[in-house]
Design a protein around this ligand. Structure first.
Ligand code: NAD
Length: 305
């Protein structure tokens, strides 16, 4: 029997509607609408789309978004100065610096400069430290999104063997901590892990956050495992596509029609034949990540009052 598709779009819609209600209540209590400042440096087309989508999502729930655009040759000192201004601005509850930054800019320095109370991406070491200690704080949106999806679908994490593929500060590491907090037995696998397929095959829950299209093949997955695919990759190469979409002819058709197609780190068609539940890409973790950002902005607004 094919696996269940874990639909993130529908759940994100419900969460966004709840946030819109909470924002209306916040405003009804006499506060100004929560404000999210986005900082986009340079002209990376994908980053422009991400920032536009985030601003549109804010508008739909009543959060004010304040966009700041800087040219790709902006010196670090100017970026620092903008972050300092936003930290001090009483109209700004949350600050998001869109990554990646253009070459020559230090993203860690920028992220560390954001006030922890306005760090709605949850990337500041203070917030990462609170997560490490299991204390409340602003938490990274993507792993939080994965956790809401798992909770919504009633996946009991206690004692589960979980493998997180990828060890970035943004996804892999905080994901592993959140799973550990819910009592899963967690392995973090990465580019230097020996025999990745065998390690992944031990997982009752496999979370892939690597950024390599179709890396995880069907035989990497333990029968009846739950698979969460965080990766978002654009594939243009037909030869690669023919290999990774062998079980998904529709993706190949899209590629031929449009010149590119989006996919995750997991071969979705193959995973659906082995796993018990799989997130699609697009339409899985992505929409929930944006919902997490809205929720963090509202939380920051409540805390910063
Ligand atoms: P990253 O490049 O910072 O980290 C990738 C990790 O994968 C690294 O830890 C690396 O060790 C590991 N890795 C790389 N190649 C590997 C290989 N061949 N085998 C095993 N491990 C390997 O990336 P990131 O920021 O963590 O993002 C990962 C993916 O998730 C990307 O596709 C990104 O676009 C996507 N992403 C999606 C969302 C969302 O909302 N759905 C949010 C953030 C990131």
């Amino acid at each position: 029997m094919p696996a269940t598709k874990l639909d993130g779009t529908a759940l994100a819609k419900t969460i966004r509607a709840e946030i819109a209600e909470q924002v209306a209540e916040h405003v009804g209590r006499g506060h100004r609408p929560p404000g999210l400042a986005t900082v986009l440096v340079g002209d990376d087309p994908a980053s422009q789309v991400y920032v536009r989508n985030k601003s549109a999502a804010c508008a739909k729930v009543g959060i004010t978004s304040l966009e700041h655009r800087l040219t790709p040759d902006t010196p670090q000192a100017d970026l620092d100065a903008l972050i300092d201004r936003l930290n001090a601005d009483p109209e700004v509850d949350g600050i998001l610096v869109q990554l990646p930054l253009p070459q020559g800019l230090d993203s860690k320095r920028a992220l560390h400069r954001i006030s922890p109370a306005k760090d709605v991406d949850g990337f500041h070491p203070m917030n990462q430290g609170l997560l490490l200690e299991g204390l409340p704080g602003l938490r990274p949106c993507t792993p939080t999104a994965c956790m809401s999806l798992l909770a919504h679908h009633g996946v009991n994490l206690k004692g589960l063997r979980a493998v997180v593929l990828g060890r970035s500060e943004i996804v892999g590491k905080p994901m592993a901590l959140m799973l550990l907090e819910q009592h899963a037995t967690v392995t973090i696998a990465h580019s230097r892990t020996k025999d990745l397929p065998a390690v992944c095959r031990e997982a009752d829950l496999l979370v892939a956050a690597v950024g390599r299209p179709g890396l995880v093949e069907g035989f990497w997955i333990k029968p009846d495992a739950v698979v969460v695919d965080v990766g978002i990759n654009r594939v243009e190469d037909e030869e690669l596509a023919a290999r990774i979409f062998a079980a998904e002819p529709k993706k190949l058709e899209t590629l031929r029609a449009k010149g590119s197609v989006l996919c995750g780190d997991v071969r979705f068609g193959e995973a659906m034949q082995v796993a018990s539940a799989v997130t699609p890409v697009p339409g899985g973790v992505g929409p929930l990540t944006i919902a997490g950002l809205l929720s963090n902005t509202l939380e920051a607004a409540n805390q910063n009052r």
